[in-house]
Design a binder for this molecule. Sequence first.
Ligand SMILES: C[S@@+](CC[C@H](N)C(=O)[O-])C[C@H]1O[C@@H](n2cnc3c(N)ncnc32)[C@H](O)[C@@H]1O
Length: 360
Amino acid sequence: MTETLTRLAYQAFQQSKISFGLAHKTLSYRLRDLIAPLKESSIKPIANEVLSKLRAKLAQLIETDWQDAERGIYPVSLLFDNPWEDFFRYYPMIWLDMPQIWERAKQKQHQDFSSNLDTSGYPSYYLQNFHYQTNGYLSDLSANLYDLQVEILFNGSADAMRRRILAPLKRGLQSFVTIPLKQIRILDVACGTGRTLKLISSAVPEVALFGTDLSPAYLRKANQLLSLGPIDLPQLLQANAEELPYIDNYFHAVTSVFLFHELPPDARQNVIEQCFRVTQPGGLFIICDSIQMSDSPEMAPMMENFPAMFHEPYYRHYVTDDLVERLHRAGFEQVTTEMHFMSKYWIAHKPKISLSSVNS
Ligand SMILES: C[S@@+](CC[C@H](N)C(=O)[O-])C[C@H]1O[C@@H](n2cnc3c(N)ncnc32)[C@H](O)[C@@H]1O
């Protein structure tokens, strides 16, 4: 009885997030068309058939999310975790920031940073207003608005998609079952505001967590979020994912969520190679990012619209990139993939050291 009620409550909670996301987008697009219409638009209308497939995939994601909680991959309470304080504090700011975003999109300005921000030392591909966001990833305002913006973009399903890394992560950690949990080290690369680290900490509470990101503002936000919980504060470091500041073979598992579509092809390979280097033999690496053309051709109109609506300069290449081949090239093996709603997951293993290679 309680279980049925909780399940219904979760479905109602997700439905309210879907309705909110749709209402926000409908209203904001209408306002934009009225106030700051784009000069020319390459956005294609989405057929009803595609929209109903999308709704079915979202419903399946919510069902899988519930089932994984029910079978103990993570606590059911995690399904209801929502940054309410941030929502009430920062949602109005999303509307206040919107005219600047529209103007940037209209003028196709995507390297627009306040003069008081220090932009030195970052790779040039990073100094972009991804999604035309004000000050890219470099301001505290951007960090404060990010989670809400992603939630709206995915109609409230961003965490449900992030949580899909948890079942393969726990399965993969079985290889280290003889090691006490406290000695297990997990790194989240490009951890942003820390949501994935928070989810991992609920699913495997005692492990030592580490996070890296290039943005000091996003790391400050992650620090705020993660210091609220009962867990030991993860070690957060500012670092380029192409040059991870850790010794070889240090982590039992490495994860990365929503990073790869924002990297140019060479950087994607470099990051994979760095993740291979810092993963222990027998450890695993999990990538979560957008679906791709080859396995979701029916979603092609969505994938074509995404970089046309938001500034995403590397997305078109990303959706046709063969990450399985890249992972193998770096040395990973047993690479499997999964799809959930708008995300794809690559689960890759670093080979165990065989006795023959030790002796040779
Ligand atoms: C779309 S956000 C994803 C953030 C977070 N993982 C999440 O699940 O929401 C991309 C993140 O990647 C970071 N990033 C982009 N390029 C990077 C690089 N080369 N090295 C480290 N972080 C990078 C950005 O600062 C940003 O926090």
